[in-house]
Design a protein around this ligand. Sequence first.
Ligand code: SAM
Length: 442
Amino acid sequence: MFKDKKDNSKVIELKIDKLVAGGKGLGRYKNKVYFVKYTAPSEIVRVKVLKEKRDFGEAKLLDVIIPSSQRTEPLCPHFGVCGGCQLQHLEYSAHLQWKVEIFKEQLARIGRIKEIPPIEVVGSPQPYGYRIRVGFHLQGGRLGFVEDETVAQEGERKLVDIDTCPVLHPKLNELIPILKKVSANFKDLNEAQVTYSPSRNEALVKLISEKRISKEELKKIKEEFMPPWVVGIGSYRRVGRELIRLDFAGRDYTFINAGGFTYRVTAESFVQNNYLLWEEFIKLVTPQEKRGYSLDTFCGIGFFTIPFSKRAFFVEGSDMNNFAIADAEYNARINNSPNTLFTRATPSMHMKKHLDKEIDTVIFDPPRSGLDKKDLQVLKELKPDRIIYVSCNPSTLARDLSKILSWGDYLYEKAYVLDLFPQTAHIESVNFLKKTGEKEND
Ligand SMILES: C[S@@+](CC[C@H](N)C(=O)[O-])C[C@H]1O[C@@H](n2cnc3c(N)ncnc32)[C@H](O)[C@@H]1O
């Protein structure tokens, strides 16, 4: 150990044992655990200690002394500075291997789940160029993502100005110089969110600022700056985590094709980000055999509801987003799915309405926060035969599954780790639970 000359901080050498949540490498020094971003298992690294707590520390990578065989050259010049990606320094096969390990570790540590089911991993057909949805930060002609916390000075995470982003679909990259010009002309723009449909070669752009951009101005931006495949452009204001639509010019929806289905997606609706895995994702969630009355909570545009309805007696979808519900209703019509119904509801409100029925399957696909207490309480009363829990956050999944499994009615049968977000530490999974009827806790 020695001290950094510039700031007197501690510099140490570590061997990285494994990767943990957030894609950080874990190493030990004098019986203390240190987390270091951008490192790989089995390598020896020199690091600068950034934070020191009683039983762990956070450190910043200075040099790789002996590199891991899994180390590779990152594609992006901003890797390590931009906070968007965490794993570009690792070969793609290592992403899959470590995501499964981290997934299992979180189920065991956070959920205290003793019997981890068989886990299959589904990789992305391409590790770059897969993203069709993006939120750029804008600052008077500059465009990019927020700086990684390990490079941020005095806690302030600045914007990293980028010209390309290799995880984005090439068409989204084409929009970067265009959006920079728009931002230089409209200085109070804070963000631009874009959804691209590779099925139709169409994009929807949401411009976010404090001040409303009028419909006339939006039309001018569309005509003067945007390529013809940007079919709609809107002005939005951010209120907390919500975006409020102020005005819109052009068409406010596009269509995607996935797994033999066509879906309308309005600018406000959620759409799964990795278009290369859409078909596989639908296949995983759709049952092989016939199913009874089922519920798809957090249904969005009906991405799973509609394929599921082809095998089920009836499927009711619910979501709190009105735009998504309108899309789902429309999508049920164009995909000839009369045995579906959509309502604006939270999962608990939705499940409560069905307490008098035998429910076959309940699908959950919540945001990162997972299920809330009420959802779990009503689920306990409803006790469907099967639960399919699609999760984008293994820690909240582990917490929720721990609760569900504690009732003693369900067997955690199988899980898939689906790599929707290569190069990042995000872990998506599809989890299958089946009612056993045996109560272990009674
Ligand atoms: C991860 S997306 C999944 C959407 C859909 N299953 C799909 O694959 O496209 C989560 C969805 O949950 C909805 N949502 C967020 N919070 C909600 C809540 N408290 N109750 C119901 N829906 C909610 C969002 O509008 C969004 O459509």
